[in-house]
Design a protein around this ligand. Structure first.
Ligand code: IPD
Ligand code: CA
Length: 320
């Protein structure tokens, strides 16, 4: 099946706008009725009627336009419709990424629409309707952002990439996620402490400049692509949280890797990106580092690789 990726991207933007309208309408109805949210796995993993209605809308629009394409969506998966990622053209979507934000009325909420060919993310659209931020990317064609203030698409990253000589200058995205079991929370806490701690008193401390939790994996990826976050690390996300973000980040010159073991073995190779396995999409472990500028001491690419190594030296992982 041949796929016209430019056409897929144009259509994905239309779908994202329609989904955005549904999300805003859902939010207004919630505010008027003070509706609650249902729990999925636990009290930190929520779903609302709007997650479900938005996924139904998106699924219907895609099926009408591309009846032969496969569909993987967070809420369809939760309802037992479990499709593996194969080589077939596949839409991988999260109707609301940032459901906790949606419930709280915190504006970092988006629809995330990814599209894969041969199991590789090839098109990504992320639309944050409360802010009016639209991120788009197509493999080999760069990634772009439009906002209400800048309605003409701007190429990402937004500014020429600066150098990053050490983690001390880095603003990181780190998330607590929804798995709060003892082992996970302790490993995460120790990892956060090393990333953020002062080496004078914290063993292995890297003392990063700061950390943010946007509450949406897709928007964390997008902000690293913009260049305003330096790196994002999380374990536990699903393909629908990251598929669109992977394309947007890679097309903005970011490096996206999976687990530390995968990343370390790939990093040994000179053209390592060709050796980052395509299982990154479904591997549930993600580290993305922004495009970095060249300095007199090292190329931007070497600085990205060094940053990955330094972060993975500080981080403890667990099985999902
Ligand atoms: C969640 C968000 C959050 C991340 C979680 C995701 P949801 O997705 O992306 O930032 O920490 O791992 O599950 O539940 O809002 O779609
Ligand atoms: Ca979701």
């Amino acid at each position: 099946m041949t796929v016209d990726l430019a056409e897929v991207l144009e259509f994905a933007i239309e779908v994202a706008k329609a989904a955005g309208t549904e999300i805003v309408k859902g939010s207004e109805a919630r505010l008027a009725s003070s509706a609650g949210a249902d729990e999925k796995k636990n009290t930190a993993d929520l779903v609302t009627e709007t997650d479900q209605s938005t996924e139904r809308l998106v699924r219907k629009l895609i099926a009408e336009k591309y009846p032969d394409h496969k569909f993987i969506g967070e809420e369809s998966y939760a309802a037992g419709d479990i499709e593996p990622v194969t080589g077939a053209p596949t839409w991988i979507i999260d109707p609301i990424d940032g459901t906790t934000n949606f419930v709280k009325g915190f504006q970092f909420v988006c629809i995330s629409i990814g599209f894969t060919v041969d199991a590789e993310p090839a098109v990504g659209v992320i639309y944050a309707p409360f802010m009016g931020y639209l991120y788009t990317a197509r493999k080999g064609n760069g990634s772009y952002l439009t906002t209400p203030l800048h309605p003409e698409p701007r190429k990402l990253p937004l500014a020429p990439p600066t150098t990053l000589p050490s983690l001390r200058g880095a603003l990181l995205a780190l998330e607590w996620g929804s798995d709060r079991s003892k082992d996970v929370v302790e490993k995460k806490s120790r990892s956060f402490a090393r990333l953020m701690g002062d080496p004078e008193s914290v063993e292995g401390g890297l003392m990063a400049l700061g950390a943010r939790s946007l509450g949406s994996s897709a928007l964390n990826f997008s902000h690293v692509a913009m260049g305003c976050l330096d790196a994002y690390w999380e374990i536990g996300c699903w393909a629908w949280d990251v598929c669109a973000g992977i394309v947007i980040a890679r097309e903005a010159g970011c490096i996206v890797v999976g687990s530390s073991a995968e990343a370390r073995s790939a990093l040994m190779l000179p053209n390592f990106e060709e050796h980052v396995p395509s299982t990154v999409l479904t591997g549930r472990k993600y580290l993305v580092v922004r495009k970095i500028g060249d300095s007199a001491e090292e190329s931007g690419r070497d600085a990205q690789i060094r940053t990955i190594r330094q972060m993975y030296d500080a981080i403890e992982e667990w099985d999902v």
